[in-house]
Design a protein around this ligand. Structure first.
Ligand code: AMP
Ligand code: ZN
Length: 664
């Protein structure tokens, strides 16, 4: 086989695997095999730049950085949709249509996805460009970013038209959204508010490799072009599916407006079971010929109508606004509400986000407010019922000083949140930092819980995490509910935490933006706390995957004298602040590119030790079996369902011994 043919074959294979996994949600190849093929292709392409292809599966990882996006005029305008909110609205629409077209009318019913709309052009089966909706006439070209979305085909299959645009919505499923937020919270960043804005924000990121990391999906619903040889909306969906696009299965043909209502009723209740957000149904006249007869208004097609689900909403009294201080000093205003039922739960509190939000809605204590549960995790207040406002109501004055320590708050240019700058003297910050220090993924101190930390701080027994190591049994015994035995456990747990490896200690310090992964990276690169403390911003940024924000935060942390004093104290107590000799000697790259799932009980090592071995040798530990798994390491008493799943996906199941042999 020629090199070119070999490259082409690999591309086809990888495209087919991607399609199976990301569009059909099934798979017949392990992550390991996939990665090996991708690697082979990358190497061949590197050696033979003459066969470069902008749509090769190797391009999905991103890398292209766009400083400013080109404005592109759409070949066909991107219209908006008219909205309806009741069945009466829909019946009136049906009447209007029936006057304008002859014969029976059937409708395609689709869900309305809440994300960022996109128009993608294909030519000869190849993805040519992707453009945001913009103002409908022209939008931003975001091709490099869209190519990183795995469910977007780069190469079509079957009998596709020579050139066409396909339109759809780029969305972030709840699951991926929540995962993104978990890792943000972990490093002390504000979580994203809702999946929709996060999805559209992602499209405008300059660095496409950042986009590649986000679990975005693209759902398609509209083909546009000339000589398409398609006669109806439902047919276009079926064809798009056949060419390799992800077209949602919910779409259905309705032969009457009554069937449309059935669809709406069904999804009105079942929409909460979907993995992503929908805010309504889109009803489209099915026949393209009838669509042509109906045409467009200036703003929207006459042949389509969105039906918006009512957001679940109630009104209740806002009793009090209180302010919370987080571990990083961020202030969050909280609305304390008269308890009320909403979407199956009792709501007592809602986030007010920040000072601007309060000012914008003019929210005051004593107001009757509307509370809604949308894509957000916490309910939010969307408006005030001004007709019910008491005559003696006073405008809300946002606090100027920390409710906990009285320090004047600061608000950085461009930030929405106020902060309490009293890093070392503000109780919730102190307690929060120590609670983070002892948490499971950090120092994992047995026998010490978050509440005890608060008691210790309140009793002035500790001011920072280094003080933990000076605690004696006599100090803690007088604490509430502290028995002889638990005091022993606590002291012992603190002592044992000196064995915790440096990477976890670094994470435990609670440096802003330094999460578990970043801590591992820093430790691998610098090896000791001294080296990290001395590193300049430039040195830090040059480390793989360390960005400017992280670098700034690390430098700022080590500029504080107080922090350096605390670290010196930790060191004097024997806490690990450098990589151990053993660890250094035991790290290899043997397992790079492999993901392991560990299950069951092992005889010569503990499960955590096994996981650490995997990481020390460059492998990844996965939490559940998927086609991304390279090996399942099976111990005693492993659940049978795991084995079945692994067998179904053709993932090798190996024993403890076999694993240990791999890294010998
Ligand atoms: P609106 O933004 O309220 O004017 O609604 C119009 C937008 O709904 C379109 O620009 C699309 O981005 C989006 N949309 C979501 N799902 C669909 C669908 N199934 N069919 C058509 N448009 C949809
Ligand atoms: Zn404070």
């Amino acid at each position: 086989m020629t090199i070119e043919a070999q490259i082409q074959e690999l591309r086809n294979e990888l495209n087919a695997y991607n399609y199976k996994y990301y569009v059909l949600d099934e798979s017949d190849i392990s992550d390991f095999e996939f990665d090996m093929k991708l690697k082979t292709l990358q190497e061949l392409e590197a050696k033979h730049p003459e066969f470069f292809d902008a749509n090769s599966p190797t391009q999905r990882v991103g890398g292209a950085v766009t400083k400013s996006f080109n404005t592109v005029v759409h070949d066909y305008r991107m219209y908006s949709l008219d909205n309806s909110y009741s069945k009466e609205d829909l019946l009136a629409w049906e009447q209007r249509i029936k006057k304008m077209v002859d014969g029976p009318v059937s409708y395609t019913c689709e869900l309305k996805y809440d994300g960022a709309s996109i128009s993608i052009t294909y030519e000869n089966g190849q993805l040519l460009k992707a453009v945001t909706r913009g103002d409908g006439v022209q939008g931003d070209e975001v091709t490099a970013n869209v190519k990183t979305i795995k469910s977007v085909p780069l190469q079509l299959t079957g009998d596709y038209p020579e050139r066409f645009d396909i339109r759809g919505e780029i969305i972030l499923p709840f699951d991926g959204f929540n995962k993104m937020n978990e890792s943000r919270i972990e490093i002390g960043e504000e979580p994203y508010r809702n999946p929709r804005n996060t999805a559209s924000g992602s499209l405008k990121l300059q660095d496409s490799s950042e986009v590649a990391k986000r679990p975005l999906e693209c759902l398609l619903y509209n083909i546009i072009g000339s000589n398409l040889n398609i006669t109806s909306q439902i047919e276009s969906l079926e064809k798009a599916r056949a060419w390799g696009f992800k077209v949602p299965k919910a779409a259905k043909l309705a032969s009457s407006i009554d069937e449309v209502f059935e669809f709406i009723n069904y999804w009105g209740t079942h929409r909460h079971d979907l993995p992503y957000e929908t805010d309504g149904v889109v009803i489209k006249v099915n026949s393209f010929q009838q669509q042509d007869e109906l045409g467009h208004t200036a703003k929207a097609p006459r042949w389509a109508m969105a039906y918006k689900f009512k957001a679940e909403q109630v009104s209740t009294r806002l009793n009090e606004i209180t302010y919370q201080v987080g571990r990083t000093g961020a202030i969050t205003p909280v609305a304390n509400l008269e308890p009320v039922e909403l979407a199956g739960t009792t709501v007592k509190r809602a986030s007010l986000h920040n000072a601007d939000q309060i000012a914008k809605l003019d929210i005051r204590e004593g107001d009757e407010v509307y509370v809604e549960k949308g894509g957000e995790i916490i309910p939010k207040i969307i408006a005030v019922d001004f007709t019910k406002r008491p005559t003696d109501s006073i405008p809300t004055q946002y606090i100027t000083h920390c409710p906990e320590c009285g320090t004047e708050l600061v608000r950085q240019e461009g930030e929405a949140q106020h902060y309490c700058p009293n890093y070392n003297g503000c109780k919730p910050q102190i307690v929060g930092r120590i609670q983070h220090f002892i948490s499971r993924k950090a120092m994992d101190i047995d026998g010490l819980g978050g509440e005890t930390v608060a008691l210790l701080v309140n009793a002035n027994l500790i001011q920072n995490y280094s003080d933990l190591y000076a605690l004696k049994k006599e100090d803690v015994l007088p604490l509430e509910r502290m028995a002889e035995k638990s005091a022993d456990n606590l002291i012992q747990g603190i002592e044992q935490s000196k064995q915790v490896p440096f990477e976890r200690v670094l994470y435990a310090l609670g440096i802003r933006y330094v999460g578990e992964t970043v801590a591992k990276k820093l430790v691998k690169h610098f090896k000791s706390i001294e080296a990290i403390a001395q590193a300049s911003e430039e040195t830090l940024v040059n480390v793989d995957e360390i960005g400017v924000k992280i670098a700034e935060s690390v430098v700022a942390f080590f500029q504080s004298e107080e922090n350096n004093r605390i670290i010196a104290r930790l060191k004097s107590f024997g806490v690990a602040l450098q990589i151990s000799e053993d660890a250094l000697a035991n790290q290899t790259d043997t397992l790079v590119g492999n993901t392991f799932v560990v299950s069951g009980v092992f005889s010569s090592v503990s499960r955590d030790e096994l996981k650490k071995l995997i990481e020390d040798h460059g492998g990844k530990v996965g939490s559940s079996i998927s086609s991304k798994t390279s090996y399942l390491v099976a111990g005693d008493k492993m659940g049978p369902s795991k084995r079945t799943k692994a067998e179904q996906l053709n993932i090798p199941v190996i024993t403890e011994e076999e694993f240990l042999n791999m890294i010998k």
